[in-house]
Design a protein around this ligand. Structure first.
Ligand SMILES: Cc1ncc(COP(=O)(O)O)c(C=O)c1O
Length: 401
């Protein structure tokens, strides 16, 4: 293990603080390292592994597609691209799909689509309002929309036309709107920002404001989509009817993919030559997407995720009741976080890992959990027992003389 980690430190860019384990295989909610130690994976590839690891249906779809046709380019039609788009259109309130390769690229596509619409329909309106602590990706458009200064500042200047306002502050959105504003971009629940929930009525108010001022409502469902919050899309939880929705992460069960979904009235503004990507809509990724989405729908995994969430939340709240270190539980479905009394999330994540649980220190004072949608009751109980033991060990170490 140490040789491999040393090699990584020599040959890869050092832009990640990786956990010191080498993962070699996975099955369902579990992964194994190169010393055959097993871990319950409650990070889930950062909300990607919606069906868990090595799901047989997804693995078979990838293998079959790999032996049939991996790549063709967008110069030709293929069956999986149309099938996946049809599934998304049939199960959403959006009319058309543009496939790309990642979350950031979906956001770039949404920004370009909004600007194209603003160019044609709103006399060149192009401004995007997004939110402090929102996260939309690392490419320049997505980064400009991202509401965390420390991610943007070393790479300034940013592309113009982006403003950030406080999350849950509708008054600030209204104050920031002018005749050049074309869209509001929001995550229904801020994931990377720390699993920050919208206040009651905030997202509905945002949509009403967009309608009133003829702005597009773009929802970044890259983390909240694909069943994670207990419905296929989080916008359903809030009764919203967005103009554009961005997806990625869980859409193809772990194979890189992204998608921009839009209403016909918006989508029709992108014409041949306006936008493109070599790999987008490729047969391998879209076949994996078809298998993943069918599994999510056939097995009613959003509803199962909601039930699993009830159990996980009640177990986490019980830990909160017993430990002064855990001060709250927030989130929805299987996008959950516990808040901590101290900035000790990295210590807790380490202690969990040493005991066989992978969790994510999303904020210095918050630990995030994003297990697969088909996580079992026993796995939830086991994970919470490990978490409580880890928290107790840290509290005990603090109390020691
Ligand atoms: C809400 C949201 N939007 C966009 C992104 C960027 O996605 P990607 O890392 O695939 O570019 C992420 C990634 O964490 C995300 O959580």
């Amino acid at each position: 293990m140490s040789d491999l980690i040393e090699s990584e430190k020599r040959v890869l860019f050092q832009n990640y603080g990786r956990q010191p384990i080498v993962l070699v295989r996975g099955k369902g909610t579990r992964v194994w390292d190169d010393e055959d130690r097993s871990y319950l994976d409650f990070v889930g590839g950062l909300a990607v592994n919606v069906l868990g690891h090595a799901h047989p249906v997804v693995a078979a779809a990838i293998a079959e597609q790999a032996q049939t046709l991996i790549h063709t380019s967008n110069l030709y039609y293929t069956e999986p691209m149309v099938e996946l788009a049809q599934i998304l259109v049939d199960n959403s309130t959006l009319d058309r799909v543009l496939f790309v390769n990642s979350g950031a690229e979906a956001i770039e596509g949404a920004i370009k689509l909004a600007r194209r619409w603003g160019h044609d329909e709103r006399s060149g309106a192009h401004g995007i309002i997004s939110f402090n602590d929102g996260f939309h990706g690392r490419t320049f458009g997505a980064l400009a929309a991202t509401g965390t200064l420390r991610y943007r500042e070393p790479f300034e200047p940013m592309p113009p036309g982006f403003v950030h306002v406080p999350w849950n502050d509708l008054g600030a959105v209204k104050a920031a709107t002018d005749e050049r504003t074309v869209a509001v971009l929001a995550e229904p629940i801020q994931g990377e920002g720390g699993v920050n929930m919208p206040d009651d009525g905030f997202l509905q108010g945002l949509q009403a404001w967009c309608r009133e001022r003829n702005l597009l409502l773009i929802l970044d469902e890259i983390q909240t989509g694909n069943g994670r919050t207990g419905t296929l899309f989080a916008y359903e939880q809030y009764g919203l009817d967005p103009d554009i929705v961005c997806l990625a992460k869980g859409l193809a069960g772990g194979v890189p993919i992204g998608a921009v979904l839009a209403k016909e009235a918006i989508a029709k503004h992108l014409v041949p030559g306006d936008h493109g990507t070599t790999f987008g809509a490729g047969p391998l990724a879209t076949a994996a997407g078809v298998a993943t989405m069918r599994q999510i729908l056939d097995e009613q995994l959003p509803a199962k995720a909601a039930r699993a969430s009830d159990r996980l939340v009640s177990r986490l709240r019980a830990i909160e009741d017993r430990s002064p270190m855990v001060t709250g539980v927030r989130g929805m479905g299987l996008l959950l976080a516990v808040s901590l009394a101290e900035d000790c999330s990295a210590e807790i994540v380490t202690a969990c890992r040493e005991r066989g649980l992978l969790a994510n220190n999303v904020r210095p004072n918050a630990v995030r959990f994003m297990p697969p949608l088909n996580v079992s009751d026993d796995e939830i109980d086991e994970a919470c027992a490990i978490l409580e033991d880890a928290v107790q060990a840290i509290v005990a170490a603090r109390a020691a003389p």
